[in-house]
Design a binder for this molecule. Structure first.
Ligand SMILES: Cc1cc2nc3c(=O)[nH]c(=O)nc-3n(C[C@H](O)[C@H](O)[C@H](O)COP(=O)(O)O)c2cc1C
Length: 184
């Protein structure tokens, strides 16, 4: 599977990093990291994301300014995309069709080519504008899947909670995993 993963500057950008690190080897990841995501990761986690991702094979990393990247064109075959986490800024741009960087352009491409997109938007509380943007995108087939934890798989630690969320996103993208205990 060729998977586009965009990480934007919302809180919990670390989830995007872990999502990529846990991907099965055979998933080819095309990763775009926004400038704000780099900043948020540094401030929240003191993480240099590019350094962390260098260790994963089958991974191509792009800056948001690299508008010439293959994923900016519909003629380049990819299967699915996830924006994780998705800031309200990027959510709003996706909802109105703005394609001003590689993340929003890649979304526009996926959407026009009728390929699957999952958006993990993060904000608390959610404004009416954010809810309207999510509804609009949901109505055109985008899967809106914010990082909302469930307690049924009995997580005890922050790591287990994060694994639960990543497992739920993998479920949506049909990626096999064993990251959380399913309800029986
Ligand atoms: C540490 C930190 C946490 C942030 N958390 C959020 C958030 O949870 N949701 C959000 O919409 N914006 C959040 N922001 C603000 C965004 O980074 C900002 O709106 C930025 O313009 C988003 O740009 P991008 O969509 O290109 O990544 C946060 C910023 C920082 C520095």
């Amino acid at each position: 599977m060729k998977l586009v993963v965009a990480i934007t500057g919302a809180s919990g950008a670390k989830l995007g990093l872990k999502f990529i690190q846990y991907l099965p080897k055979e998933v080819e990841a095309f990763v775009v990291i926004s400038k704000s995501a780099i900043k948020a990761l540094k401030l929240e986690e003191n993480i240099d994301i590019k350094k962390e991702l260098k260790q994963r094979e089958n991974t191509h990393i792009f800056k948001e300014t690299q508008i010439e990247a293959p994923i900016a064109s519909g003629s380049f075959k990819t299967d699915k995309m996830i924006i994780i986490p998705c800031s309200q800024n990027t959510l709003a741009k996706c909802a109105v069709g703005i394609s001003d960087n590689l993340i929003t352009r890649a979304f526009t491409v996926m959407h026009k080519e009728k390929r699957e997109v999952v958006i993990a938007c993060r904000e608390m509380p959610l404004s009416t504008i954010a809810l309207e943007n999510m509804l609009k995108l949901s109505k055109v087939g985008v899967i809106i899947a914010p990082p909302v934890i469930g307690y049924y798989s009995k997580q005890q630690t922050l790591e287990q909670m994060e694994n639960f969320l990543i497992g739920k996103w993998y479920d949506l993208l049909k990626i096999d995993h064993d990251l959380y205990e399913r309800w029986k």
